[in-house]
Design a protein around this ligand. Sequence first.
Ligand code: SF4
Length: 370
Amino acid sequence: MTDRPHLFELTPGALRDLVASWGMPRFRADQVLEWVYRHGVADPAAMTNLSRRDRDTLRDRLTFVDGGVIQRQEATDGVQKLLIDWSLEAGGPSNAGAALPVLGDTASQTECVMIPAPGRRTACISSQVGCPVGCRFCASGLGGLDGNLTAGQIVQQVWQLARLPGVERISNVVFMGMGEPLSNYENVTRAIRILNADWGPAIAARRITLSTVGLPAQVRRLAELDLPITLAVSLHAPNDEIRRRIIPWAEFVTIEQLVDAGRFYFDRTGREVTLEYILLAGVNDQPGHAHELAGVARRLRSNVNLIRYNEVNGLPFERPEDDDVHRFQAILRSRGVNIHIRASRGRDIAAACGQLRHEHRHPRDEKAPI
Ligand code: SF4
């Protein structure tokens, strides 16, 4: 990363001021943004309606694409994943498609994933390098937090995923990659405004989902923002006792407090909250757990997304049996809860959050620290 302003975090007004201070007409800013967001071009040399001198100035004074893609993977189901190293020279070496023989420091790497489905292309993006929460079952939390991504780095991930083969346009964004988005609140909300802007990627607010482990005060702040995005709470446990065992931050916040914050979010935005629930075999997937979860979901009037766990090398958690998953779902349905089982995508490329970076730290034949 350089200290030049990053194009992906600039609004039209901010970019107009900048180009004017460099002696260009203010409308240059609008031409640049049109190249970037409408034509997918972020190389000033290719912006052919700009003078040669202005193109050179823009190249010297702005960062267009930050960091470098050090690996691209494609799963058999069409899911594509990028591993980005933010410490690389801006726009630096991209050998997408092949693994580098020597990888950089994983403390500066994040992942983002493009998930195709009929009629939609979803970008699953990271908000931080590593994660401060440290969920026991998650690869991203293993090494703790290495840093926050800037608003520009967050927006850039969506732009880069839209440039992948067969994508054209990203229709949905989910903050479900690496990091706890609400602990990087300012950058994340700034990025969401840009993603939602007509002059930018123009992604409808309801098609942007922020997934949080649950910080009630920040959830309330988000509710007041006039940005009616979809809120997903990563509950993952039916009661506080199990939650504290698998999510360290559950020491500081109870499920009841989350339910209160979720209700507040619904009242202010009109958006129904989703509860995310990763099924871990033998830990939280038993019938009694399903009944407890139904009670929580009904108090919050939320829908539930069940996710089958993707095993992480070195972690002591297992994927549940299909029969247990369906029994769990049936119990919730019988209690009147709107529930879906989220399809596992990209399993052959370790698409669960943080897994690719984790596997660079801990190749399959090593044991990761637990
Ligand atoms: S599951 Fe989410 S909140 Fe928990 S450690 Fe992983 S990235 Fe962080």
